[in-house]
Design a protein around this ligand. Structure first.
Ligand code: B12
Length: 296
């Protein structure tokens, strides 16, 4: 039977951990001191309290809660308490643990990927496409593999858009083809060639067993094989769990993560159009012939 924890289980706060030594003295926070060293805040400023959730492969009982606290201590959470525990079937327990983190954050060491292109309005996007291509920019979108999570790619492509912005279908000089869910890599390549796509946008939401990494790697390899060097469409992938900085590793041009808006994607595409990287031919000069497009 599933039972919720009524009263929190606490770890023994008695032993001072090594984590409470060294640089973590006092309870300074960036906001208090203007320092670049900060710590989390739960009940009181600078108390270091954080909440984590996880599942252990044991039935829910007192020993399971003890196991959760042992894990919390090993994660640097001490003292900690189990504030929620619930059976997940007969053999698993889901926990929420609240505790004091022994770790500090150095804001000076935070590395973020800054947007490398200017954010343009739809009019500016259209003007760039017309100037660079003198025809519409052809965009193909899909969820590949077994992934049926189309909401992300639809948010970027559909005319109704996302976060108050219209999707790429609303842009006058973009020709968008959304293939939807569960498109195989061979079919995607075939459709990209059929539409003579300038850009292929792929969404991957399911990440179990790194499916997103495997599928995208397979996809980029298939495009490299199917197109002469330097002429493949711009390959863009997106999804909530990607590492934004892993584009080279996955063989794609750009990765977008959670919170992406259609304007960011449109702006990136025309930025790439106007500034092709070395070794990549300009789409207009490579395989595109405005005259043959009408024949499609
Ligand atoms: C809705 C949903 C479903 C719907 C999908 C309906 C549909 N048509 O899309 C249905 C019910 C079908 C479904 C099924 C499943 N789901 Co589901 N689902 C969700 C849910 C609740 C929301 C996802 C969503 O729509 N987010 C909103 C969109 C807008 O956000 P987004 O995808 O991140 O997209 C944004 C960015 O990432 C980015 N982006 C995304 N793609 C792209 C692509 C490009 C090119 C670009 C530029 C940007 C971009 O831009 C978007 C806008 O900012 C999530 C949980 C959650 N709260 O996130 C689980 C979740 C994704 N699902 C999950 C799972 C496990 C499944 C199932 C396997 C469940 C099952 N056992 O059957 C199946 C798999 C089905 C399949 N074959 O894929 C897990 C995935 C776990 C993992 N890490 O792999 C999640 C996280 C739930 C969970 N916590 O367990 N699901």
């Amino acid at each position: 039977m599933s039972k919720d924890t009524q009263s929190p289980t606490r770890s023994q706060p008695g032993s001072q951990t090594g984590s409470q030594t060294g640089s973590q003295t006092g309870s300074q926070t960036g906001s208090q001191t203007g320092s670049h060293i900060i710590r989390p805040y739960g009940d009181a400023t600078g108390d270091g309290q954080i909440q984590v959730s996880f599942t252990l492969p044991v039935p829910h009982d007192k020993r399971a809660e003890g196991a959760a606290l042992q894990l919390a201590a090993k994660l640097g959470l001490e003292p900690a308490m189990v504030v929620h525990a619930k059976s997940m079937g007969p053999d698993f327990t889901f926990f929420v643990v609240y505790g004091r983190s022994s770790h500090l954050v150095d804001l000076n060491k935070v590395v973020v990927m800054e947007r490398e292109f200017p954010l343009l309005s739809p009019k500016e996007v259209s003007a760039t496409v017309r100037r660079e291509l003198r025809r519409p920019l052809v965009v193909l979108g899909a969820c590949i593999g077994t992934d049926a999570h189309t909401v992300g790619i639809d948010a970027i492509l559909n005319i109704k858009g996302w976060a108050g912005e219209k999707g790429l279908e609303a842009y006058s000089d973009l020709e968008v083809h959304n293939l939807g869910a569960q498109v195989s890599v061979p079919d995607l390549v075939e459709e990209a060639q059929r539409f003579d796509a300038d850009a292929v946008l792929v969404s991957q939401v399911v990440t179990q067993r790194d499916a997103h990494v495997h599928n995208v790697t397979e996809m980029s390899a298939a495009f490299r094989e199917a197109y002469p060097a330097g002429t493949a469409p711009i390959l863009v992938v997106g999804g909530p769990r990607f590492d934004e900085s892993a584009a080279d590793k996955l063989g794609v041009d750009r990765i977008f993560v959670k919170g992406t808006t259609p304007a960011e994607v449109a702006s990136y595409l025309v930025h790439r159009l106007a500034n092709p990287p070395r070794g990549k031919q300009r789409a207009a000069a490579s395989r595109k012939k405005a005259t043959t497009r009408g024949a499609r």
